[in-house]
Design a protein around this ligand. Sequence first.
Ligand code: DGL
Length: 273
Amino acid sequence: MDNRAIGVFDSGVGGLTAIPHLMKELPNERFIYFGDIARAPYGSKSKPVISEFTEQIVDFLIEKDVKMIVIACNTITVVTLDQLKKKYPHIPIIGIVQPAAEKVASTSNKDNNIGIIATSVTINQKAYSNAIQALNPELKVFEKSCPLFVPIIEEGLADSKIMECTVQHYLDSFVTDNSIDKLVLGCTHYPLVRKAVEKLYPHLEIINPSFEVVNRVKASLIENDLLADAPTMENSFYASSLTENFLGMVNSICNQENVYIGLKNFDTEITEK
Ligand code: DGL
């Protein structure tokens, strides 16, 4: 048993979409969230920059004495998961891509046309198609980066006409030309555009990788004997910029009396080779 908090982080508000699922499935657990809003989006940044930013965040969460780290960001998982596991071998670190790829592979067949939408970094790395096809080479996977989604979401415009037009811009021909029938939201920000996607393409089966991550977190807590044994409502939410959008999302997730909101900035000096 271990009553310390679980650290969860993302480049911005995207990882907040995983928090309600984590809270629901793990009601005894306490969460410390960090969103690097001042430096988002990460999805079009270079790997050395993403790695450097990520290590700063992980160090911050470790200083807060978390017992486990959940990378609630596909981009960060793709670029840094192996590096983080090597650098921090004493703490379980859960990434988001592999659990979702396993779910997709186990519930699809060669007649499906699986679409992956994600940031440029995740798509350029072929993270999902490689992971899914490693599990079942017969599966057809099509990938599309949607780099404007995250800035629009961080602006708090997920439910706007601009968002709907942007969804059409990226997805109309992608969905039609490839006869997509399953769509994986390969960026934790994208559940916030789910409504627009469902409205425009009602035939799609939509897969939200956060659900699979929750199962993985639960399994890892059990395996490492880290489950908390007392219900708690105290959660902390830190960001490098306390935007209205972030505060609004936190308030919609948590009862304000039991929540701590903090600002955390990092001094950064990065030399790229
Ligand atoms: N939410 C992040 C992901 O899952 C990326 C957002 C960003 O580009 O910063 O990939």
